[in-house]
Design a protein around this ligand. Structure first.
Ligand code: NAD
Ligand code: UGA
Length: 458
């Protein structure tokens, strides 16, 4: 079969895999190839057991794979054949040298850019899909302009806004698709080609364009605003616990103001995920680089409040359980950074688990999707940790349960049965406020929600 376009994506991760599966699904007339340096990941994408869990992903991969969607480690060949290349490699925080702990580590995209330059035999459109620092496109253009033959690269910015756990829905019905470009005739033509791809399923008024630097910055700002909103509501959970106000009532009252809206106001013991922290720290680093210290301090506080919130959760557990956790068995309900994913990158659960182990507690971890990643995250930690998928077995004989991930299944568990099997007095720390606290209290639990009065029997 001949295809109308050859699309390549470099990086077969949480973004590259699902975004390309959606393009292949919506555009059977395009050939979409996803390549990666990690052969295990590619083997996973080609198997019946995909390397990431995302509701709805299996179905679209199975319906397109081998027809117009291909996963491969043949990066050079992929580059040669492609007309459009999406770059979706990881951009973690730098762990060494200048900017360590703040700036983005750009070695992955730079290697990719150099490889594109080396292997290309024809002109191409290069699309930044990863989240990059502002002005990365400029560096990308500089590298790609080193070509010795008569070929030309147009660099576009097309940041991804999907959230894990709802990625397929977000990709199928995006709030917006943002495409940043320069205004040269060649870039405008490239931008139109990208618009044409999305137009196969995204309404035209949801595809917006901007200058390339605004596009790069918008992605960082979107994540900063989202994280700020959670940090804001979380900062008032501490206030509620002191003043006997109830954070759910406060969130409801403010969320009904149409200017504020009611989304992203769920209090938690801290936000996690691979991007919020790294993207805000990167933004903070860029602000300092431009001498904008006040702006940097403002956004850095969003991260500080989150660290405080995680610490506070552990300290609340410690103080509620008579200031000693040594030898006590605590069951973590969930380990993923949010529900409907097996991803544990920057999950606040990692912090909580390590702190509880430092207090010499014994941990039992249960999660429907994230136990393998939890084992990797806590590997080598000196302490007693077990991993049990069944929440009833996991909590059996424990002193306390800490709800860490807002999995739907936890809401409908038989807590009467769980209470019977636990050590007394039994405690529940609901780090997500998803359980029926009054009912748990009536069963006999001592209940500690987030941002509401605790319900105790002593
Ligand atoms: P990931 O780590 O899951 O995937 C990145 C992949 O790139 C890895 O499989 C890695 O092996 C591969 N890779 C690295 N260097 C390569 C190279 N030179 N050649 C080929 N493959 C290479 O990361 P992710 O979660 O998919 O995130 C990718 C980017 O998208 C990041 O910049 C992130 O900030 C951004 N983003 C992520 C999400 C999300 O929900 N995870 C959402 C929006 C944006
Ligand atoms: C986030 C953004 O929502 C995406 O738009 C963005 O593309 C992505 O980061 C990225 O750049 O990687 P994600 O981290 O997958 O997506 O998930 P979110 O739904 O944003 O949740 C992030 C964290 O905040 C989770 O730990 C979640 O439990 C927590 N959260 C979320 C709350 O504590 N309260 C809320 O009300 C919402």
């Amino acid at each position: 079969m001949t295809f109308k376009k050859n699309i390549l994506c470099i990086g077969a991760g949480y973004v590259g895999g699902p975004t390309m599966a959606m393009i292949a699904h919506k555009c059977p007339h395009y050939k979409v190839t996803v390549v990666d340096i990690n052969p295990t990941r590619i083997a996973g994408w080609n198997s019946g057991d995909l390397p990431i869990y995302e509701p709805g992903l299996d179905k679209i991969v199975k319906s397109t794979r081998g027809k117009n969607l291909f996963f491969s480690t043949e990066i050079e060949r992929g580059i040669k054949e492609a007309e459009i290349i999406f770059v979706s490699v990881n951009t973690p925080v730098k762990t060494f040298g200048a900017g360590a702990g703040m700036a983005a580590d750009l070695q992955y995209w730079e290697k990719t850019a150099r490889q594109i330059l080396k292997c290309s035999e024809s002109s191409k459109i290069i699309v930044e899909k990863s989240t990059f620092p502002v002005r990365t496109a400029f560096a990308m253009e500089r590298i790609l302009s080193l070509t010795e033959n008569d070929i030309h690269f147009d660099v576009l910015s097309n940041p991804e806004f999907l959230a894990e756990g709802t990625a397929i829905k977000n990709l199928e019905y995006p709030d917006r698709v943002l495409i940043g470009s320069r205004e040269t005739p060649s870039c405008v033509k490239a931008r139109d080609e990208l618009i044409e791809i999305y137009s196969n399923w995204v309404p035209k008024d949801r595809i917006i364009t901007s200058n390339i630097w605004s596009s790069e910055l918008s992605k960082l700002v979107a994540n900063a605003f989202l994280a700020q909103r959670i940090s804001s509501i979380n900062s008032f959970t501490a206030f509620c616990e002191k003043s006997e106000a109830d954070i759910t009532e406060v969130a409801r009252a403010i969320g009904m103001d149409s200017r504020l809206g009611n989304k992203f106001l769920n209090p938690s013991f801290g936000w996690g995920g691979s991007c919020f922290k790294k993207d805000i720290l990167n933004l903070v680093y860029l602000c300092r680089h431009y001498g904008l210290d006040e702006v940097a301090n403002y956004w850095e506080a969003v991260v500080s409040i989150n660290e405080y919130q995680k610490e506070r959760f552990v300290l609340n557990i410690l103080s509620a359980m008579f200031n000693t956790l040594a030898g006590k068995k605590i069951c973590l309900f969930g380990f993923a950074f949010k529900a409907n994913t097996g991803d544990t990158r920057e999950s606040p659960a990692i912090f909580i688990a390590k702190k509880l182990i430092e207090e010499r507690a014994e941990l039992v971890i249960t999660d429907p999707r994230a136990l393998n990643n939890a084992r990797i995250d806590l590997n080598g930690i000196d302490g007693k940790i077990s991993y049990i998928e069944d929440p009833y077995k996991a909590s059996d004989g424990c002193d306390a349960i800490a709800v860490v991930t807002e999995w739907e299944i936890y809401k409908s568990l038989d807590f009467e049965k769980i209470y019977q099997s636990m050590f007394k007095p039994a405690f529940i720390f609901d780090g997500r406020n998803i359980l029926n606290h009054k009912r748990l209290f009536d069963i006999g639990f001592n209940v500690f929600p987030i941002g509401k009065p605790s319900l105790t029997h002593f």
